[in-house]
Design a protein around this ligand. Structure first.
Ligand code: PMP
Length: 287
């Protein structure tokens, strides 16, 4: 077990080391890391690891937590303080601590930097190498399980940033076939010219929204025809209405998609009626 962990400028005892619950690494997987080998008390391939770290940070627009020289010092110091001769040193940088919001926090947010070192018995590794290992093949589903409400939210946070840059408030993901899967943090809906409300059927590419389920019940009660069918951006732009659903926004009208107005560019009547009546059928638990 590591004895000392580096956290944001301090070397802390293992049991006392921690980051804030609203750290973006914890809430959004908005974070990058490196693992370097430690062999005979020396760091292995540090330059390459730090170059990859710099690239990961730069691509994700996460601030560099400290100069490379200082980072090298922290890595050495963590290895030294934990008396690791053989093992690994682990380094993680997150976008930092901020009130939960998909959008990147302001430029004054300090990235979080954590480093820890751990011993690995070289004799055990050598014995394993002598035997060799076996492999089990698995489908590459990194990350294809969008039906699970995990904190694998870095792609969603990046999508919201793209939307914000374009002056939009939400992003819609589009699959390889050109169909909308869902919003970055909402389910996507349109009202077709013939009055049918369309939303994508549930599969592993989208989250089964609780608001979506309740909205389907409300639409049914209102006698509005619904088809659970995928639609394209072009279909959405040509629709009479569009909207998104989520617990935080309930039913939110969509009036522009990729710069194109939906119908007259105003919230439509089916959307507004659904929004108005949503809580009639939602479960209400007094606290
Ligand atoms: N899809 C995604 C990707 C989401 O993050 C959310 C919001 N949690 C939703 C859909 C809507 O789900 P719900 O109605 O349960 O909030």
């Amino acid at each position: 077990m590591p004895r000392i962990v580096y956290v944001n400028g301090r070397y802390l005892p293992y049991a006392e080391a921690g980051v804030h619950v609203e750290d973006r690494g914890f809430q959004f997987a908005d974070s990058v890391y490196e693992v370097c080998e430690v062999k005979g008390g020396a760091l292995i391939d540090t330059t390459r690891h730090l170059a990859r770290l710099a690239r990961s940070l730069s691509e994700l627009k996460i601030a560099v937590p400290m100069a490379e020289r200082a980072l090298r010092h922290v890595l050495s110091e963590v290895v030294r303080r934990n008396r690791v001769r053989n093992g690994i040193v682990y380094l993680q940088v997150t976008r930092g601590q901020a009130a939960r919001d998909f959008l990147f926090p302001g430029p004054d947010t300090e990235p979080t930097l954590v480093a820890l070192a751990r011993s690995i018995d070289p004799a055990k590794v050598a014995a394993k190498a002598k035997q060799g290992i076996s492999i089990r093949s698995v489908p590459d589903q990194r990350w294809g399980r969008c039906d699970l409400k995990t904190v694998m939210l870095l792609p969603a946070a990046l999508a919201k940033e793209v939307a914000r840059t374009a002056g939009a408030q939400e992003a819609w993901f589009v699959d390889e076939a050109g169909f909308v899967t869902e919003g970055a943090s909402s389910n996507a809906w349109i009202v077709r010219a013939d009055g049918f409300v369309l939303t994508r059927p549930l599969d592993s590419r989208l989250l089964g929204g609780v608001t979506r389920a309740t909205a389907l019940e409300v639409l049914k009660a209102q006698g509005v025809p619904v088809e659970q069918r995928s639609f394209t951006i072009a279909e959405a732009q040509a629709a009479k209405e569009a909207f998104v659903t989520s617990a935080s926004a309930t039913v939110m009208p969509v009036v522009r998609i990729d710069g194109r107005a939906v119908a007259d560019g105003k919230p439509g009547p089916v959307t507004l009626r659904l929004r108005e009546k949503f809580h009639d059928l939602a479960e209400i638990t007094p606290v």
